[in-house]
Ligand binder design. Sequence first.
Ligand code: GAF
Length: 368
Amino acid sequence: MSDGVWAAPGRVNLIGEHTDYNDGFVMPFALPHTTVATVSRRDDGVLRLHSADVPGDATALRVTELAPGHGPRGWTDYPAGVVWALREAGHAVGGADIHYESTLPTGAGLSSSAALEVVTALALNDLYELGLERSQVARLCQRAENRYVGAPTGIMDQTASACCTEGHALHLDTRDLSQRQIPLDLAGQGLELLVVDTRVQHAHSDGEYGKRRAGCETAAATLGVPALRDIAHDALPEALDRLPDPQIRALARHIVTENHRVERVIAHLEAGDIRATGPVLTEGHASLRDDFRISCPELDLVVDTALAAGALGARMTGGGFGGSAIVLTDVALTPTLTKSIQEAFTSASWKQPRIFSTTPSRGARRLS
Ligand code: GAF
């Protein structure tokens, strides 16, 4: 008999990529796929972690011995990192037995790590009566990932998993963490959003993420601003003239234009016109491919094939170098589009992608 069951979803990001560590704007929504944690509190200071999706026995760790860089370097680092981050922030968290089970594909750029962190934090927040707000939960989970796991990621994925609501995309300002829930009724406008998981994750993705982040910080320092968020879109040409290194210049151009694309997408959604966001999504892909240089042949093939088959817009989503793309389309076109993408992958002799239709779903919650 457990003390409770919690669930936290993965996400797709509609627009606003790599802007979250530049104090910029993002617009993710939660997937219906979740990681579910069945949890019992224990008072002997032992954290016992088991996953139905990973072969092998449970891992047992002493909460007092958790320290960054000392984890076993596997999936258990994410929940262990959350316990470490909670305790480091002064929260009296002891042990727990946690059993995980997930419907989220891992390694698909759909934030399975954030879901694992958030479901753990939410369960412990309830069981140990910590009284943390959702945005505090997200911040602590990000700290676990940055410091304990050692990945220099932004705040988007954890906030999406913790704070998204059904039927909405979440407009998050990553500087002051203010949030707006933007209605996104795809079916109401005869539209569908497809997720295409390319099922590839190129090996160098972690290091390249850090390099992009460092490059953006160099650009901001050269321009004398706290973050690239502080460069207004109409001041971009002048700012670019002040960046001598072409690669750094291209990174800055992506961030400034991407923040502007988020604003354009919001304007279309607020005008009730989801279709009009399509070309903006596609522009975002070109910018990630050409300026930020984080796409890959598989993602480009999805985007090019979808557009050639009549999609309204398409782009990679998430960190890049593999993972998933999103495709905005009229519902009637979905079968043709799906077939075209499958055939394109067959012609390229690549493993078949996983394609599914999705809608903005609920954020993390207690199930029982
Ligand atoms: C990954 C990171 F975890 C996010 O913080 C974000 O930077 C994203 O890549 C790119 O937008 O998912």
